[in-house]
Write a protein of this length. Structure first.
Length: 142
């Protein structure tokens, strides 16, 4: 079981330079734990790619279908209040954007605030650095 940030899920559902790495990590452990707003973040990224002409409508629809399949099976961290408390501390401690602080906070909630050995999958360097400083084992960036 690994916590997946939206930056690692986008290449799982849509062809990108990091898609191969994302698929390898998924095959190693297909039990995904995500923040409750991750589907919204991923859909935002996909929609932006479609609007910018990076994805055709057909490719966008395929990515949406793959996302919907993942959503059916993954586990979500729903405790918004617990995540907010942690996110506020993280924002004062690390140079994170609000959405990234909430992602990291949700991972800490999922790890029951015992991050040692809990795996965090992200392709965002700043978020990865903060996650490592919080004691999570970061996968994705090599």
């Amino acid at each position: 079981m690994r916590f997946w940030d939206a930056s690692a899920i986008v290449p799982l559902v849509c062809r990108e330079p990091l898609s191969r790495r994302s698929r390898i990590l998924y095959r190693q452990d297909p039990t995904l734990v995500v923040w409750t707003l991750t589907p919204t973040e991923v859909l935002c990224a996909l929609s932006r790619k479609r609007r910018d002409g990076v994805l055709t409508q057909d490719v966008f629809r395929g990515a949406r279908r793959r996302l919907d399949l993942l959503i059916r099976d993954w586990m979500e961290v729903y405790d918004v209040d617990a995540a907010k408390v942690r996110a506020h501390r993280l924002l004062e401690t690390h140079p994170l954007r609000a959405t990234d602080a909430l992602q990291l906070a949700a991972a800490l909630v999922a790890a029951l605030d015992r991050p040692g050995g809990f795996e965090f999958v992200t392709f965002d360097e700043i978020l990865a650095s903060a996650a490592e400083r919080e004691g999570l084992s970061v996968l994705g960036l090599d």
